[in-house]
Design a protein around this ligand. Structure first.
Ligand SMILES: [Fe+2]
Ligand SMILES: [Fe+2]
Length: 286
């Protein structure tokens, strides 16, 4: 495995982040060239899930903008650029699916068009209420974001390493660059905002009770399990999961955190018991 992400992050400079925010850098890449190489059916499933997750960011952004994050100048500025950048990740993945002869997922479109479920309305109201009671709510959001963005860094790195499609691999590596910047913001914010007992207590309680992997609220559990198994169920994958957990565990009050490994391994076990097989592309270098 490469050097841990945690050691590579420089002190976060929000102004630099905002100035550098732009659509996914595809310089030198022609997405249509991806069609010259096949995708495995497993890759198609994983890409659709990732595409949905990227597009669904706008939903998280909306929910967060209805909390005290809106009044926080740093969070507000970041969230706008974050949603913008994630949208371009989704568009690139959808285009790759298309040129490789597979239909992109329509789930995020359907999700946005349907009426909100009662449980979701309650959940959003809970977030607003919590944020109105205490500004320390933002520490929860930032810690949550750090977990999910670091997971995205490793997920796209693995997707690139496991793919026999060189264009997809290149695009994933470019997406990783953005995900690292997102992670750097959330991690630096979480570190700073977990500076008092209430923020630490709220974060610990909320993450323990409510956290689930990114995209988990939208996709059926079997799909989430499949993606986790495809990307992380081998030696390198397990090392990456441990790296995510140990990085988050370095945050104040998070020393207990091992939830990413636990969640993915439980999913792997469900997949094994259900007898689901995963095909990975045969790599030329393998
Ligand atoms: Fe992304
Ligand atoms: Fe991201």
């Amino acid at each position: 495995m490469t050097k841990p992400v945690f050691e590579e992050i420089a002190p976060f400079n929000l102004d630099k982040f905002l100035t550098a925010s732009k659509p996914l850098d595809l310089t030198g890449i022609n997405l249509d060239d991806a069609g010259k190489y096949p995708l495995s059916m497993s890759e198609v499933k994983v890409l659709r899930y990732m595409q949905d997750t990227e597009f669904y960011t706008v939903h998280y952004m909306k929910a967060l903008m209805e909390t005290s994050a809106l009044a926080d100048a740093e969070c507000r500025a970041f969230l706008v650029c974050w949603g913008y950048e994630e949208c371009f990740h989704g568009r690139a993945l959808a285009r790759i699916l298309e040129v490789c002869g597979h239909e992109p997922s329509k789930r995020s479109l359907d999700e946005f068009a349907r009426p909100r479920k009662f449980a979701e309305v309650l959940q959003d109201a809970g977030g607003r209420l919590l944020s109105a009671i205490s500004s320390d709510f933002i520490a929860v959001h930032n810690t949550w974001g750090a977990i999910n963005e670091l997971t995205a860094v490793h997920a796209y790195t693995r997707l690139a390493n496991l793919s026999a499609n060189p264009v997809l691999a290149q695009v994933c590596k470019r997406i990783v660059k953005d995900e690292r910047r997102h992670f750097a913001f959330y991690y630096a914010q979480a570190k700073r905002r977990l500076d008092n007992a209430l923020a630490r207590r709220m974060t610990k309680t909320a993450i323990r009770a409510l956290w689930e992997p990114v995209g988990g609220s939208m996709a059926p559990r079997e799909e989430r399990d499949f993606v986790g198994a495809y990307l992380f169920n081998d030696e390198d994958g397990h090392a990456r999961l441990a790296e995510i957990d140990s990085t988050i565990a370095k945050l104040p009050a998070m020393e207990w955190f091992k939830m990413v490994t636990a969640d993915v391994l439980a999913g792997n076990e469900r997949m094994r018991r259900a007898g689901v097989s995963i095909d990975r592309p045969v790599l030329a270098t393998a």
